[in-house]
Ligand binder design. Structure first.
Ligand SMILES: [Zn+2]
Ligand SMILES: [Zn+2]
Length: 380
């Protein structure tokens, strides 16, 4: 078009606007030029990249205007976990802890139609494989882990080798198992965008959470309708298993999967922040988080200190994952049809098809796929 402008960051001719439709940089018209535009998260441009919200991270295709029911659902789930845990209702606690977040994620997948082609096959390959591996893993390791925790409570403590197996080896193997589903999925279906990988990883992790929590907490149900632990202890354990663990595992698995997807296609150079999308950084962060959680599970003196450690790690992972995913979307090279317009789900404006909305800067890949025409494609 004749009124197109040259982006000072990527050099492409793009429609005039506050953001470059090709590389997502903030253009002079929107203030000072910024390739990283940290004030505007590519997944949800109304938020700063370091805004402390897990919703836009766990549900990246959900526009801000449609996120309220999911925010409320997460709040209701949190409150319900605390209440059934505090009332020591063992059956309800186990069922809610295992299924609440995975079911909410399933509702999200159906709502935004992420895997518009063969959604049930996709779910079977991601969440299904995760669920099968989670059940097997919890069955094989559960007794060893609980014995180690009991040994550690004695005066002599658990042997160092045993502690290292439970705190370091087991969490890393569990993380590797959660990545099996996304990798199988990648081999079978042509979903090649970074957010496809992220969502496939999260789905696999939540399948793993569902069954491993059921297997791990099943002895609670066998012991009777009321949990043996005190009310506060039971509430905190239910909250950790039902909310923090699913969020952490979905985040770590999603992040590693997204990095794999990013590096399987062409990437754009971004000035600054690229280090946060490298395998070294992503795998390092995920490994450190798992090992910290592994040691916390064994050595935390009181369940409230375990809760604090889980919350701290979840918060750190939240900021790191948002920063990393933001830069992955800036780095992911996509090509767009030369013509055509679409309604941006982030700001509601009719904008030219491209990688980013020129008005709000939101990635047009981070939108519901329901009813959309074929748009941008990943550059291989
Ligand atoms: Zn540009
Ligand atoms: Zn927009």
């Amino acid at each position: 078009m004749t009124d197109d402008v040259t982006c000072p960051v990527c050099g492409r001719m793009v429609p005039p606007g506050r953001f470059c439709a090709a590389c997502g940089a903030r253009l002079p018209h929107g203030g000072s030029v910024s390739a990283q535009r940290l004030h505007s998260f590519t997944v949800n441009p109304s938020e700063h990249v370091l805004h402390p919200s897990p919703v836009s991270l766990l549900f990246p295709h959900l526009p801000q205007s449609e996120s309220v029911p999911f925010r409320l659902a997460l709040l209701v789930i949190s409150a319900a976990l605390v209440v059934v845990g505090y009332l020591r209702l063992s059956g309800a606690s186990v069922a809610l802890a295992a299924a609440a977040v995975p079911v909410l994620f399933l509702v999200y997948l159906i709502d935004v139609d992420v895997f518009e082609r063969r959604p049930w096959l996709t779910l079977a390959l991601t969440a299904g494989i995760g669920a099968v591996l989670g059940a097997i893993w919890a069955y094989l390791t559960g007794r060893y882990i609980s014995q180690t925790e009991l040994l550690n409570a004695t005066h002599a403590g658990a042997p160092v080798g045993r502690v290292l197996i439970v705190a370091v080896l087991f969490p890393l193997v569990a993380q590797a198992l959660m990545l099996v589903g996304p990798l199988v999925f990648r081999g079978f279906l042509a979903h090649d965008e970074v957010l496809d990988g992220y969502v496939a990883g999260a789905a696999s992790a939540l399948g793993f959470v569902l069954t491993s929590t059921l297997v791990n907490l099943f002895p609670e149900v066998q012991s009777g309708p009321t949990a043996l632990a005190t009310d506060v202890f039971s509430a905190i354990i239910t909250l950790i298993h039902g909310l923090l663990l699913p969020l952490i595992w979905a985040g770590t698995t999603g992040l590693v999967s997204a990095a794999i997807w990013l590096r399987s296609g062409r990437m754009r150079a971004t000035p600054g922040g690229g280090w946060s999308t490298t395998y070294l950084f992503v795998v390092g962060v995920v490994a450190v988080a798992h090992v910290c959680l592994g040691f916390a599970a064994i050595y935390a003196q009181h369940v409230s200190s375990a809760l604090l450690i889980y919350c701290g790690i979840a918060l750190a992972l939240l900021f790191i994952s948002r920063f990393s995913l933001h830069h992955m979307l800036l780095q992911e090279a996509v090509e767009s049809p030369d013509s055509g317009e679409m309604v941006c789900a982030h700001c509601g404006h009719v904008v030219p098809r491209g990688a980013f909305c020129p008005d709000c800067g939101g990635a047009l890949r981070a939108m519901p796929r329901r009813g959309t025409l074929p748009g941008e494609r990943r550059v291989r």
